[in-house]
Structures are given as structure tokens and as C-alpha cells.
Design a protein around this ligand. Structure first.
Ligand code: NAI
Length: 215
């Protein structure tokens, strides 16, 4: 049975933000914080924070608040950040290379173990500390390294067939940048679709709402 079953996705999506704020407090040597102070820092309500953390057992003490280091560690454990799940990147184009070079995989719970592409233009190139491999070698690689997750930075036209191929190799968790909604296709797959454009359009909406008079 999955751990923390029944916890809503909106609570889960707030965990990285708690982790980031607590990490920031730690780096400033703050050792304890009340739910009210944390709430004001994060622009949430104290009751929202208590409700969120109660989903995982609650970690505060009446009259003391939260121990920052303990809560940071506990939230990291809840997210499984110490596991370093092996992950492959498919598609070493502009986006894939940027992600491989700039993401801190290890502190986000992953280890990037392989990068694959099907174009001779990029196969053999060094990206970060890895060499881009030919997709033809994907099966042998997965057999040997057993990655569990894949980052998809490939065109949407090939996302479905690539995900299907990966699923057959035991890779059923996807950080999906291709503009294709994988979660609709594969039962049992764990999918996080990322659309930077959605975030930009949300900003656009907010600007539009704040300055309706702008042309
Ligand atoms: P790109 O054209 O620079 O890179 C795509 C790479 O995928 C190429 O190296 C190509 O050889 C490779 N590829 C194509 N078919 C493949 C296959 N079947 N197997 C393995 N590799 C394959 O494009 P870019 O800019 O890196 O973008 C990649 C994808 O991500 C595009 O579909 C783009 O629309 C999307 N994108 C998504 C964003 C998001 O926020 N979700 C943001 C920016 C781009």
C-alpha cells in the first residue's frame, strides 16, 4: 500500500515549499519557529500549516512550535529525498541539456544515471558528467542499471511510444516536459507533467487582472 495514502495532491505539492523555507531558516541558524511565524513567512495561515503537517502525524509541540532542523529532515524523509532514485534523461536537446547541467538531482531525491537521444548530432557528446548514449542501447542499459524514473525532453509526437518502451523496461515514473499528457495513458505510472508555459500564462492572467487598463 502506498505510504501516506489519502493525502491530497495539493498538500503534497506544498511539501517542497515547506522544505525550501525550512532549509533557508536552517541556513540562517534559526532553530525553532511557531506555526504563526512560519505561516507569515510563507503567506499561509497557521491552521493551514498545522492541517498539512497533521496529514503526516504533526510535528509541532504546544507552546514550543517546530524544531526547524527536525521538521526539515522529516519533510525530506516524507518526500524520500534521501533515496536517490536512479533516473534517465531522454532527449538531449536544448531543454534536456539545460536540465542535466543545472538541476541538483541529488538534493531532490534522484541520481541521473544516463542520457539518451536518437540523433547522431548529439550522441557521444558530453553533458554534465555523462555521455549522451544512443537510444538503441536503452534496453541493455536499463537491464544493467534498473532506473526507475525518466525525464522526457522529447517532442510530443514521440512521447507516448517512448514512455511505452520505458514502461516495458520497468521505468514507470516520468518527469514529463513533452507537451503530451502521459498521465491519461498509463495506469500505475507516476507522472509529473511540467509545462513552463502554464506558469507563464498564470503570470499573464495575474498581470491582466492587476492592470486591466493595459493594452
Ligand atoms: P530540441 O529539438 O532541442 O531537443 C529535442 C531532442 O529530442 C533532440 O535532441 C532530438 O534528437 C531528441 N529526440 C527526438 N525524438 C527522439 C526519440 N524518439 N528518442 C530520443 N530522442 C529523441 O527541443 P527542446 O527545446 O529541447 O524541447 C524538447 C521538448 O520539450 C519539445 O517537445 C518542447 O516542445 C518541449 N518543451 C517543454 C517545455 C515545458 O515547459 N514543458 C519547455 C520547453 C520545451
Amino acid at each position: 500500500m502506498p505510504k501516506h495514502e489519502g493525502v491530497s495532491l495539493s498538500v503534497i505539492k506544498r511539501l517542497p515549499r515547506y522544505y525550501r523555507f525550512l532549509g533557508d531558516l536552517l541556513s540562517r541558524d534559526v532553530t525553532r519557529i511557531s506555526s504563526r511565524e512560519l505561516a507569515s513567512l510563507m503567506q499561509l495561515t497557521a491552521s493551514q500549516i498545522r492541517q498539512d503537517l497533521n496529514c503526516f502525524g504533526g510535528f509541532g509541540q504546544q507552546g514550543y512550535g517546530y524544531n526547524v532542523a527536525a521538521l526539515h529532515k522529516e519533510i525530506g524523509n516524507i518526500m524520500g529525498l534521501n533515496k536517490h532514485t536512479p533516473m534517465v534523461l531522454i532527449g538531449a536537446g536544448n531543454l534536456g541539456r539545460t536540465i542535466a547541467r543545472h538541476m541538483d538531482f541529488e538534493s531532490s531525491g534522484f541520481k541521473l544515471v544516463g542520457i539518451f537521444d536518437d540523433s547522431p548530432r548529439v550522441i557521444g557528446q558530453k553533458v554534465s558528467s555523462l555521455t549522451v548514449q544512443d537510444m538503441a542501447g536503452l534496453e541493455a542499459f536499463c537491464k544493467e542499471q534498473s532506473p526507475r524514473a525518466a525525464i522526457l525532453c522529447i517532442p510530443k509526437e514521440v512521447a507516448f511510444e517512448t514512455a511505452q518502451r520505458l514502461m516495458k523496461l520497468g521505468v514507470n515514473c516520468f518527469w514529463n516536459f513533452s507537451h503530451y499528457d502521459l498521465s491519461l495513458d498509463f495506469e500505475g505510472a507516476v507522472v509529473e507533467n511540467v509545462h513552463l508555459g502554464d506558469s507563464l500564462m498564470t503570470l499573464c492572467y495575474q498581470i491582466n487582472a492587476a492592470y486591466p487598463e493595459d493594452e
